[in-house]
Design a protein around this ligand. Structure first.
Ligand code: CP
Ligand code: NVA
Length: 321
């Protein structure tokens, strides 16, 4: 990858995404053969969590272990980002102890400030703005299940939130189509639309009729209607998103070839029904597994001393050319 950090896909190129996917496919295949090269032996990842997590925490921690390194969990109260201590001081101190930082936080500026002041790689494990690690796992999952990424149509039903924004950016980078089906008040904001540049209106679009949106979709994607930090808006959001649920009616409108994804955790019965999560069309648990493979690739490319070696070994593994 061309950058020190992995903070938002607006900083990534198609070549970066290809390197991550090639490496992820390669590492996943090697792992299935019982081979986990210890490329991060002696290295430590500090993980700052200002919000709860299951997948992100466990997949990063287990992934570091499989690569021969270790991960350290730091809670919000311990670190006191910007309250107990200034972000730039935390960045400088951690840079003296460990070889990488993963942060899950509210304000995206915390991620950027940390990256700016740290001399080591900083990885965004979710901010209010974006969730780029999730989007890499999502692409890996789509690739595995559809055989290709270019020209796939991903329809995200719900809130134009962090997960939607990163997935839309990821789709542009691999020449897939992304449609956000959302209530008007929960659409992408002007800054996000401006960031899409010429892709807006072609590769990326938004509509307000979920049934029309899903016709011909390859992927139906959903996330919670109320993200972490928005709990006070829950009642208002429940009302606004009624009709934006992935359920039997929406699956029927999409047709047989559509597969179902969700970044999890899901509020079953709200944005997605039990029936949809459990249906044969659902690939949500493969998707959850792929968090680990995609993140091992990111860690290997950002933290290892031999990243050129893995790039050579993994070249073409994802078959994107
Ligand atoms: N999808 C995801 O990031 O899950 P967690 O919040 O459990 O980490
Ligand atoms: N949009 C959700 C994603 C959780 C993984 C949130 O930010 O809470």
């Amino acid at each position: 990858m061309q950058t020190k950090d992995f903070t938002d896909l607006s900083q990534s190129s198609p070549a970066d995404v290809q390197a991550i996917l090639d490496t992820a496919v390669y590492l996943k295949r090697r792992r299935s053969q019982g081979i986990n090269e210890q490329a991060l032996a002696g290295k430590t990842l500090a993980m700052i969590f200002e919000k709860p997590s299951l997948r992100t925490r466990v997949s990063f921690e287990a992934g570091m272990g499989e690569l021969g390194g270790r991960a350290m969990y730091l809670s919000r109260d311990e670190v006191g980002l910007g309250s107990r201590e200034a972000v730039q001081d935390i960045a400088r101190v951690l840079s003296r102890y460990v070889q990488g930082i993963m942060i899950r936080t509210f304000a995206h500026n915390n991620v950027l400030d940390l990256a700016r002041h740290a001399t080591i790689p900083v990885i965004n494990g979710l901010s209010d703005l974006s969730h780029p690690c999730q989007a890499m796992a999502d692409l890996l999952t789509i690739l595995e299940h559809r055989g290709r990424l270019a020209d796939q149509t991903v329809v995200f039903i719900g809130d134009g939130n962090n997960v939607a924004r990163s997935l839309a950016q990821a789709c542009v980078l691999v020449k897939a189509r992304f449609v956000l089906a959302c209530p008007a008040a929960y659409a992408f904001d002007a800054a996000t639309i401006a960031d899409f540049g010429p892709a807006w209106g072609s590769a990326v679009s938004q509509v307000h009729d979920p049934i029309a949106a899903v016709t011909g979709a390859d992927i139906l994607y959903s996330d919670v209607w109320t993200s972490m930090g928005q709990e006070a808006e829950r009642e208002e959001r429940l009302a606004a998103f009624a009709g934006y649920q992935i359920n039997a009616d929406l699956m029927a409108a999409a047709g047989d070839r559509a597969q179902i994804m969700h970044c999890l955790p899901a509020k079953r019965g709200e944005e997605i029904t039990d029936e949809a999560v459990e249906s044969p069309a659902s690939i949500v648990f493969d998707q959850a597994e792929n968090r680990m493979h995609a993140q091992k690739a990111i860690l290997r490319l950002l933290l290892a001393d031999d990243r050129d070696a893995v790039l050579t070994a993994a070249a073409g593994a994802a078959g994107l050319d």
